[in-house]
Design a binder for this molecule. Structure first.
Ligand code: F6P
Length: 527
């Protein structure tokens, strides 16, 4: 059993939290405000271009101090230190977890006797130099044309991060068109191919393992399509790879100088900062990409150095633990008030649920307490006209993160005022309700529904980097609290194994070795 394996629910601080929970669980958030006029000031954090308001929660100052006691008892400080130092904290795979090194300002981080920072810089320079040529048009396709389109081929972390960032930073993009092929859905893939020209398109294959069925199938179909127009030697001109499996990338036909390494200490869902983010780099240029990294580094430093009671990722993690393990709320919604962040909840789903959707502790013992909540969400105000009914009046309480920006990109103040007024109104209405006002039960709102508001100056590469880092570090902190291994994902393996058996059934037509439902489904499909 790892030395630092601590069941949080057995700690003294957890018991104190349990008693405190029993004392305050019935107190509506409204009452906390009524009894303390400085509450919003006390329960909020201002940091550079971020304002993090966590006052609309079922907590008081004592709750925060009990959170801090717990974090001290489980020695979160020590875990943070080992995480940033490159210790092999991914115990099940015996790997370091160093996506933070990809944005560090430090000159040296040693893993297995090797300075990973110099490796990172080397690859970064190679990527930047290719990126610049593609953007300025000096890089030419096999018929001598400038590149107009980029197709990112990857799935999971090799797609969600790049797609989310490229969408979010629309206002920082250059003239190039981007397409994302993630699913193995052939209709979708062929739909994209119909609209691009091989001679003006770069294909970026992102796959840490270079072994993922969807990505390899898509890349192979695209390569075959490409070869209808030109010969083999032009593959290396139009296909780039980001992978830790250089051999397989070469077998596919990629040339050495177009394969950008992806180290085993970068988890797929944390990889947008690595060569897996090459499409981002091409979309917004190396300078903006550097700002994205700097923003993440800024928030990493805050996470590493700030006291827990004023530490944004730490407080965010404790609130999730509070609702998940004490109130027994099962899900968590993320509602950005920017249409450009529409993919942010999807990105967070993988980040959080693939990391912390675990049933065993660090030593492999089954847990008897709950881990990651279900993450979901959509943009406001759209979501207000859809599922907010449940958030206001449903029988389930869902803690929410509201994310909004003070300034708009195009300066239309009227629209921004309406957008942000809606965000503030929702968090207020969810908390206050109208229980004493309405005589009609259908129209009554119980209120007391908690939310955090993250108000950011404006949406740019730096602040987006910081925002992502908040969630990455929150997820790390929750993994430490829950005493689980956040950086493996064995939960995806069984489905992959059963898929290959079913695929054999489909190819051979021999389907009998299945349950009757699966047999019938196969019969229907094959008939
Ligand atoms: O199947 C899950 C997963 O391994 C994710 O963790 C990962 O982001 C995704 O598949 C893609 O993997 P790869 O980059 O190796 O193709």
């Amino acid at each position: 059993m790892p030395k630092d394996s601590i069941n949080p629910t057995k700690t003294y601080s957890w018991k104190k939290l349990q008693n405190h929970f029993n004392d305050i669980k019935e107190i509506p958030i409204n009452n906390f405000f009524a009894s303390d006029h400085n509450r919003a000031k006390k329960l909020s954090i201002s940091l550079k271009n971020f304002f993090f308001d966590f006052s609309k929660h079922n907590i008081n100052e004592e709750t925060i101090s009990l959170f801090v006691d717990l974090l001290n008892e489980i020695d979160l400080k020590k875990s943070i230190k080992s995480y940033f130092a490159g210790d092999k904290i991914n115990l099940s795979e015996n790997r370091a977890v160093l996506h933070t090194a990809l944005r560090t300002k430090k000159k040296e981080i040693i893993v297995d006797g090797n300075n990973v920072v110099s490796d990172i810089k080397k690859v970064e320079n190679q990527i930047n130099s290719l990126t610049k040529k593609i953007i300025n048009g000096s890089y030419r396709g096999f018929r001598g044309d400038k590149i107009t389109d980029i197709v990112n081929i990857g799935i999971g972390g090799s797609d969600l991060g790049p797609a989310m960032v490229i969408d979010s930073l629309k206002h920082y993009r250059n003239h190039l068109n981007f397409h994302f092929i993630n699913n193995v859905d052939g209709d979708y893939l062929h739909g994209i191919l119909e609209n691009i020209r091989p001679e003006t398109t770069m294909f970026v294959i992102v796959s840490k393992s270079f072994n993922t069925v969807e990505t390899l199938t898509n890349a192979t179909t695209i390569r075959n399509w490409f070869l209808q127009f030109t010969s083999n030697e032009n593959i290396s001109k139009h296909f780039i790879g980001s992978t830790s499996n250089v051999k397989k990338a070469k077998d596919f036909g990629l040339s050495d100088e177009k394969i950008f390494p992806f180290w085993d200490w970068v988890g797929g869902r944390f990889s947008l900062w690595s060569s897996a983010g090459i499409s981002i780099n091409i979309a917004i240029g190396p300078e903006n990409y550097q700002n994205l990294l700097d923003g993440a580094n800024y928030m990493d430093e805050h996470f590493k150095n700030e006291d827990f009671s004023k530490n944004i990722p730490v407080i965010a993690a404790c609130l999730t633990m509070w609702y998940n393990n004490f109130f027994d709320y099962r899900s968590h919604a993320v509602i950005p008030y920017s249409e450009y962040l529409k993919n942010f909840p999807r990105f967070l789903q993988q980040l959080s649920m693939e990391s912390n959707g675990k049933q065993t502790d660090k030593s492999g013992k089954f847990l008897n307490y709950s881990t990651a909540p279900i993450i979901w969400g959509d943009t406001g105000t759209n979501a207000q006209h859809s599922f907010f009914q449940l958030l206001h009046q449903g029988k389930k309480v869902v803690p929410i993160d509201f994310i909004g920006f003070k300034e708009s990109k195009k300066g239309d103040k009227k629209h921004q005022d309406i957008l942000i007024a809606n965000m503030f109104a929702q968090s207020k209405a969810l908390m206050t309700g109208n229980i004493n006002e309405s005589k009609n039960n259908h129209k009554s709102f119980s209120g007391n529904r908690p939310s955090t508001t993250i108000l950011i100056d404006n949406l740019n590469p730096f602040t987006l980097g910081s925002l992502i880092s908040i969630y990455e570090n929150k997820i790390f902190t929750l993994g430490v609290i829950w005493n689980i291994l956040s950086f493996d994902q064995f939960g995806v393996e069984l489905g992959k194994k059963v898929y290959s058996e079913i695929m054999k059934n489909i190819e051979s037509g021999r389907i009998d070795d299945n349950d009757s439902s699966t047999i019938l489904l196969l019969k229907k499909y094959l008939s």
